[in-house]
Design a protein around this ligand. Structure first.
Ligand code: AHR
Length: 517
């Protein structure tokens, strides 16, 4: 069996585990909102019409933040349509997804849902068809306590307390020609800068995300970030990054190595931001909000985006079914995001329910966990304390897209309060088992408290409503620690988590709310 060695040391710290790494995304797209989070007729619906089965799964997923309301949708959205009495709300054309938007859910309902789910709302403003004034209006409606027209309107609509939304995205994918109100880098840079400057006049505590490129494949990637940040540097806190991977071309080895691309993407965006910082003699650093990432079989929309006279409400769109291999890639992307905890301060798995999502629902029926649910939930639950920089020596895996890449990839976290060490590791080889040999001598007195592996001899297995549990993470009984060395057999195409704790621990109850943002 091939061996990969991984050395851990508590002194080699990347940065704190950022809770916002475990964000997701709810867009008015397909069935994400309607029959996803909201379905008043559903048997589990609560008094606000939210599906409590989905709320339960969202809590189990340990989602921390949810970006809303888009995505491409936001670039044609009028937020005012979604507030006030439901019977008076207009039905609008959603040009992004050729659908009808009934506005049964708007900002007040979304924030109420967030409170129930225990997640932080992250709001996007429309910089496609709208501009500074409408962004200011939405911010006033959400964050001003009262005594002004829009804050009092919120109160009249039933939200006495301000929504207190801290993170705001300045538009969505404005470099994309598909985007309603698509802009050149110069046009967007001016608009984003002035919107940000004015928004901070209302609420200086907000954190602002400038749109980066909609993918690193865009011809303008790099130049776009440079132009936007050169203008907006002092006004924003983050630049966004978006990426979707899939293995539709049949090149499994490259697909399994997708996180190599994510690593390079993050490094490129950070380098561009730092180049602007140096040239502009700025003090602060711009961080990355990786606010759309996932596996997405974009050519298999499941149903076509409607056309012509057909403008349905909540059509079936982008309802991808995820395999075990897809879950390994998702788990590996989380490893990459954590590894870059010094630069990636927020991220959103796109999306949460039904639309390229870890949670699926039937209208009026069941809900279930996709394969991708498991690595996300376990990482979100157990990554605590500080992210460690690992020394990894792995056999190489030849790939057509990325050259020779390490077959094993891993990250670890160390919670100084509890002494717990969690190792998240993938074997990206399509056919070779790997032996993990981990040097833990810098952590004396540990014992393995949990070792689980997500794997199936059939890596194409996918969960359905009828069978969502045949393949879930199983105990990995090969994980053994002796003389400071941890050994574990990692099957091909697998994601694993190994948790260790000192034999004598001071019982400290982990406090999620107490972690640094
Ligand atoms: O997440 C689906 C879509 O992907 C979003 O609407 C858009 O921002 C991206 O292109």
């Amino acid at each position: 069996m091939l061996t990969a060695t991984v050395t851990l040391d508590p002194a080699f710290v990347v940065g704190p585990v950022r809770p916002r790494t475990f964000g997701t995304f709810v867009e008015h797209l397909g069935r994400c909102v309607y029959t996803g989070i909201y379905e008043p007729e559903h048997a589990t619906a609560d008094e606000d019409g939210f599906r409590t089965d989905v709320l339960d799964l969202t809590r189990e997923l340990e989602v921390t933040t949810v970006r809303y309301p888009g995505g491409n949708f936001v670039s044609g959205y009028r937020w005012e349509d979604g507030v006030g009495p439901r019977e008076a709300r207009p039905v609008r054309l959603d040009l992004a997804w050729h659908s009808s938007e009934p506005n049964w859910v708007g900002v007040d309902e979304f924030v109420r849902w967030c409170r129930k789910a225990g997640v932080e709302p992250m709001m996007a403003v429309n910089l496609g068809t709208r501009g500074v004034q409408e962004a200011l209006d939405l911010l006033e409606y959400c964050n001003v306590t009262g005594g002004t027209y829009l804050s009092d309107l919120r109160r009249a609509n039933g939200a006495e307390e301000p929504h207190g939304i801290r993170m705001w995205c300045l538009g969505n994918e404005m470099d994309g020609p598909w985007q309603i109100g698509h802009k050149t880098a110069e046009e967007y840079a001016r608009l984003a800068t002035e919107t940000a400057r004015a928004m901070r006049m209302i609420d200086p505590t907000i954190e602002l995300v400038a749109c980066g490129s909609s993918s690193s494949e865009m011809t303008t990637f790099g130049a776009w970030e440079h132009t936007v940040l050169s203008e907006a540097y002092e006004q924003v806190d983050y630049v966004s990054a978006h990426v979707y991977y899939n293995g539709a071309d049949g090149d499994l080895a490259s697909f399994l190595a997708s996180a190599v691309n994510m690593d390079r993407f993050i490094a490129s965006v950070a380098a561009t931001a730092d180049a602007v910082r140096a040239a502009g003699k700025h003090e602060k650093r711009i961080h990355i909000s990786f606010d759309e990432w996932n596996v997405w079989y974009i050519d298999r929309m499941r149903s076509e985006v409607p056309t012509g006279e057909d403008w349905p409400v909540a059509p079936i769109l982008c309802e991808d079914t995820y395999t075990v291999a897809d879950a390994v890639v998702v788990g590996n992307c989380l490893i990459s995001l954590l590894r870059h905890a010094d630069r990636v301060h927020a991220a959103s798995l796109a999306q949460l329910v039904n639309v390229i999502a870890p949670i699926m629902t039937e209208p009026g029926g069941r809900s279930w966990r996709q394969t991708t649910f498991h690595p996300f939930a376990l990482t979100a639950h157990h990554a605590r304390g500080e992210v460690l920089r690992l020394a990894i020596s792995s056999p190489l895996l030849p790939t057509a897209k990325y050259g020779d890449v390490p077959a094993l990839d891993a990250v670890a976290t160390h919670d100084a309060a509890t002494g717990e060490v969690a190792i998240f590791v993938v074997n990206r080889s399509p056919d070779e088992e790997l032996l993990l040999d981990s040097d833990l001598r810098a952590f004396p007195g540990l014992r393995v408290i949990e070792a689980v592996t997500l794997h199936s001899p059939d890596h194409t297995w996918a969960a359905t409503a009828d069978d969502a549990t045949s393949v879930v993470p199983q105990a990995n009984t090969s994980a053994l620690l002796a003389d400071g060395r941890l050994g574990a057999a990692l099957p091909p195409i697998s994601w694993s988590m190994i948790r260790l704790k000192p034999t004598e621990t001071i019982p400290v109850v982990p406090n999620r709310g107490g972690r640094a943002l």
